[in-house]
Ligand binder design. Structure first.
Ligand SMILES: *[C@@H]1O[C@H](CO)[C@@H](O)[C@H](O)[C@H]1NC(C)=O
Ligand SMILES: *[C@@H]1O[C@H](CO)[C@@H](O)[C@H](O)[C@H]1NC(C)=O
Length: 449
């Protein structure tokens, strides 16, 4: 193990040297050449302009990659510091969906700060879990985030306090709002009882967050292993009828829950899982939905309560079942993203069945059924614990990646533990990107000074 660490350290050093070398090579070319016709041409250059990002880079674990200056001037600018070859190499089939702005900088970038909105509903004992989820979001994401936290009144002060305790370099990457649990239609008590406490809240987000165009909703037991920017990119891939995106509930219909047990309509052959749900709220608010109650369409808000009344005796998983019913009648409205964006124990506990995750690693981990808190799926628990225990200012490799690897050694007796590379591939890539960013931005600034 010791030897292994040394080898890794040596490789890292070599990597840094290589990056340095490549950058120095690059610096001969004027950046304007790369930026021809792009908004980056407007970025003021010279030592004065570069000093601020360089200083900031020194004081944080995460690079200033795409922050204020990026939002105000252009999101392209920081990428110019990278080696172009480095980026294009790992491009996969979703690269287009993920980074549409890379290809076509539009004028919208200048005027809108392009916040990404993340919503979560936290009740009961889910406070810590929710904070770890938010932590993974802020650790790895590039653009600024707005957190919409729906929580029981008793949890609000604790949320405020905990979030304020995070270091400034991270708190300035997001804004947050804690809302009380509220239901706009029907009987509030009845909604609250549906499934686990408060989960039905998510169905009301289009009506409550009237000023928000698009939103990523996640369950509290979700962990981001790559920037939210990447899943956010799916919004741009929607065709004209799609207004929400989710992953299938199962990969294999034969052992899927819906295909075997559901007594209500559900989407597709296996149903969808609602733990990670991307929504274009503008479209949801404006759409007319087909339904099984009246021949004409209904708006989202009009439809919810009658639908619930009609199916309440047949549904098991609460709001997720309602979403499945809705999209079974309106399949053209749903964008289906692959399983690595909502990876659950189901994807490995009977043997690995999520092809996308085998190929490119897990992008978003979803530890449902409480697996972060018991010993049934130690691989899931290991990831939760290393992110929980990571102190913001530490080195990601030393304090997250290596501990993760050694924890995984203790999980090889489980089926999920036998495919550690599936769990590690994406998070490793994410860390590398952050690290490269930091080194290159830092070194680049020094070089020009
Ligand atoms: C959501 O849909 C509206 C209406 O079609 C569109 O104007 C908006 O750009 C979409 N939002 C995103 C993030 O794609
Ligand atoms: C959008 O995609 C969905 C799912 O593939 C499809 O059912 C729907 O017909 C498409 N809509 C349009 C307008 O092409």
């Amino acid at each position: 193990m010791k030897l292994y660490c040394k080898v890794v350290a040596l490789a890292l050093c070599l990597g840094i040297l290589l990056l340095l070398y490549l950058f120095v090579g690059d610096a001969d070319e004027p950046p304007l050449k790369v930026a021809k016709g792009s908004p980056a041409a407007l970025v003021p250059s010279g030592p004065g302009a570069d000093a601020a990002p360089a200083l900031r880079a020194r004081f944080r674990a995460v690079p200033p990659a795409e922050e204020e200056e990026a939002a105000q001037v252009s999101r392209r600018e920081p990428r110019l510091h990278r080696k172009p070859g480095k980026r294009s190499a790992p491009k996969r089939k979703f690269a287009n969906a993920r980074r549409p702005k890379d290809q076509k900088p539009s004028t919208v970038q200048f005027s809108s700060p392009q916040w990404m909105h993340l919503a979560v509903v936290a009740c009961g004992d889910r406070l810590e879990e929710t904070l770890i989820m938010l932590k993974s979001a802020v650790l790895f994401s590039n653009r600024k985030l707005k957190f919409h936290i729906f929580a029981e009144d008793s949890l609000k002060p604790e949320f405020e306090k905990k979030l304020q305790d995070w270091p400034l370099s991270y708190t300035k990457k997001f804004e947050h709002n804690v809302y009380p649990i509220a239901f706009s239609v029907g009987n509030a008590q009845e909604w609250k009882k549906l499934f686990k406490p408060c989960a039905a809240q998510r169905l009301f987000l289009p009506m409550i967050l009237k000023d928000v165009d698009s939103l990523l909703y996640v369950d509290t037991d979700v962990l981001f292993l790559r920037p939210i920017d990447d899943i956010w990119g799916f919004l741009r891939a929607f065709n004209s009828t799609q207004l929400a995106a989710m992953a299938p509930e199962h990969e294999i219909p034969k052992i899927g829950w819906y295909s075997r047990f559901a007594r209500h309509p559900y989407y597709g052959t296996t149903g969808v899982n609602s733990g990670v749900m991307l929504m274009n709220l503008t479209r949801i608010r404006n759409a007319q939905f087909k339904n099984s109650m009246i021949p004409t369409g209904l708006t989202w808000e009009e439809m919810l309560y009658p639908l619930y009344q009609k199916y309440k005796n047949y549904i098991t998983w609460g709001d997720q079942d309602l979403l499945n019913i809705i999209f079974s009648f309106n399949p053209e409205c749903l964008y289906l993203f692959p399983c690595q964006w909502n990876y659950r124990p189901d994807h490995c506990m009977y043997g690995s069945n999520c092809k996308g995750a085998e190929e490119e690693g897990i992008s978003i981990l979803h530890g449902n059924r409480g697996v972060y808190h018991d010993d049934k799926q130690p691989t899931f628990k290991a990831l939760y614990e290393v992110i929980r225990d990571f102190s913001f200012e530490d080195n990601l490799f030393q304090s997250m990646y290596y501990p993760l690897q050694s924890k995984f050694l203790d999980t090889v007796h489980t089926l999920c533990g036998r495919i550690p590379q599936v769990f590690l591939k994406q998070i490793e890539k994410t860390m590398k990107r952050l690290y490269e960013n930091r080194v290159v931005v830092h070194v680049g600034a020094n070089f020009r000074l």
